[in-house]
Ligand binder design. Structure first.
Ligand SMILES: *Cc1c(COP(=O)(O)O)cnc(C)c1O
Length: 468
């Protein structure tokens, strides 16, 4: 029985195994419960040192306060929370403006859980528009395809698979990690629902040549009459390019760009999970996909996969837009890029590495070992983990799978001071590994701290307890 005078660490809970295979029978004191779970979560990596992820790990205390204020709101309840849902609308139109829509009042869009949902919704709209157009013209509608490169995120494969669309994936090349306009021309036809291009690829952080691809599709439209829309995957780049490279044409300034997604929880600088889909104008979103509610006087379109969801991160997105403004985003992006450039240059001058994205369109540094120093990137990644740094090592997709690399995503909470310590740790690790000459690995580190490994440990502990 719970005893209020008992110190938490003297209670039974701290010497009892939490059995993940059995629903708990009894209640537990809330403080003890908090302490147990809170302490247990310390086994995770430290968020700021997780250089694998693009996802935001720091927000201002006022933003966190706002998030806390909104925790109880279900975002789908537009009628009950009209002010909260107007904030979503405002963010969509602000993004339409940021992405140079011809008329930012005319864009349609939606807050999603992340870019994955946004990409699927965008492509689904293009599939439906293609089908409607073909049907109206009396043409077959049974063989839609979608064209994108191997440099895309896994969600593009998922879309093709889940929504029965033929995937026309342009392979990577050993020496070039983005697609070209010539590639695109070879892969499209009258059944192409959309061409996917990436602004800031997951593997390397480069961008596809979006203006050239747009030009080619315009030419194809003029020559053959195929009006093929472009969907821009701006998951990471959508909040970098407008601030760092305002003259780079990737957005609605390009005629064929019909829709853009961006991850609010990446360089939108909000905690997970919020993403955005923005479509050029109403004509891009077939009405039969939109379930309209009219509580607000005007039609309030809802176009999402999820129904109930938290409202807090949408409010937090508006916080950032209003709090930072273009100037604030510009200064943060400039700092991140400057820190990434510093890391890039120091890694290069260390002599150990070759930089894979010297152009540095995004604050993402990808590098591989030069020659054969007697160890590989997987050894190095594991060694850095010992210092708390999480720097993933991986290989590129087929045709470039012999490229084994490391990637550091520079986020706003990684200071120059920390980067200099990271550089020192990398140099130390290289020097020691070169002397140790560990065996050939060329594959990811077997990780003791994966969820299946932890579950197996629980299973073992449980059978051990039973035997007692
Ligand atoms: C992260 C990422 C995605 C997926 O975005 P989520 O917001 O995590 O769903 C898609 N495309 C690219 C290029 C990405 O970097």
């Amino acid at each position: 029985m719970f005893d209020a005078t008992q110190p938490i660490h003297g209670g039974a809970a701290f010497r009892t195994h939490i059995d993940p295979f059995t629903f708990p029978e009894d209640s537990l004191d809330p403080d003890e419960t908090y302490e147990l779970i809170h302490t247990g979560l310390m086994l995770d990596g430290r968020e700021t040192l997780n250089l694998a992820s693009f996802v935001t790990t720091w927000m201002e205390p006022q933003a966190e306060k706002l998030i806390h204020d909104s925790l109880r709101k279900n975002h789908i309840d537009h009628e009950e929370y009209p002010a909260a849902s107007l904030i979503e609308e405002a963010c969509v139109h602000m993004l339409g403006h940021l992405f140079h829509a011809p008329d930012s009042a005319e864009v349609v869009g939606v807050a999603t859980i992340g870019s994955s949902e946004a990409i699927m919704l965008g492509l689904l709209a293009h599939k439906r528009r293609w089908r409607d157009r073909r049907r109206d013209a009396g043409l077959p509608t049974d063989r839609p395809n979608v064209v994108f490169g191997a440099e895309t995120h896994v969600v593009w494969d998922k879309f093709a698979n889940y929504f029965d669309v033929e995937m026309r994936k342009i392979p990577m090349r050993p020496d070039r990690f983005v697609i070209s306009a010539d590639d695109v021309e070879q892969y499209v036809d009258e059944n192409t629902i959309a061409v996917g291009v990436v602004l800031g690829t997951t593997h390397i952080g480069e961008s596809d040549p979006i203006p050239e691809i747009n030009e080619r599709l315009r030419k194809i439209k003029a020559d053959k009459g195929w009006d093929i829309p472009i969907h821009v995957d701006g998951a990471s780049g959508g909040f970098i390019a407008p601030f760092a490279h305002p003259d780079f044409l990737f957005d609605f300034r390009l005629e064929q760009v019909a829709s853009i997604n961006a991850s609010g929880h990446k360089y939108g600088l909000v905690y997970p999970g919020v993403g955005w889909l923005v479509m050029r104008d109403r004509s891009m979103l077939p009405e039969d996909l939109v379930f309209s509610v009219n509580y607000l006087g005007g039609a309030q379109p809802t176009y999402t996969f999820n129904f109930s969801r938290g409202s807090a991160m949408i409010q937090a997105q508006l916080y950032n837009f209003v709090r930072l403004g273009r100037r604030g985003y510009e200064s943060i992006v400039a700092n991140m890029l400057d820190n990434a450039r510093h890391l890039n240059e120091r890694l290069e001058s260390s002599g150990w590495f070759e930089i894979l994205n010297p152009g540095l369109a995004e604050p993402v540094v990808t590098f591989r070992l030069k020659g054969d120093p007697g160890f590989d990137v997987y050894h190095l990644s594991a060694r850095l983990r010992e210092h708390g740094w999480i720097v993933p090592a991986y290989s590129l997709p087929p045709n470039a799978e012999d490229v084994h690399l490391l990637r550091v995503v520079v986020r706003l909470d990684l200071s120059r001071q920390m980067i200099d310590i990271l550089l020192r740790d990398i140099e130390d690790a290289c020097t020691h590994l070169a002397a140790e000459k560990p065996g050939d690995r060329k594959s990811p580190t077997p990780d003791l701290w994966t969820a299946p490994a932890l579950l197996a440990a629980h299973q073992k502990a449980r059978t051990g307890q039973r035997r007692e």
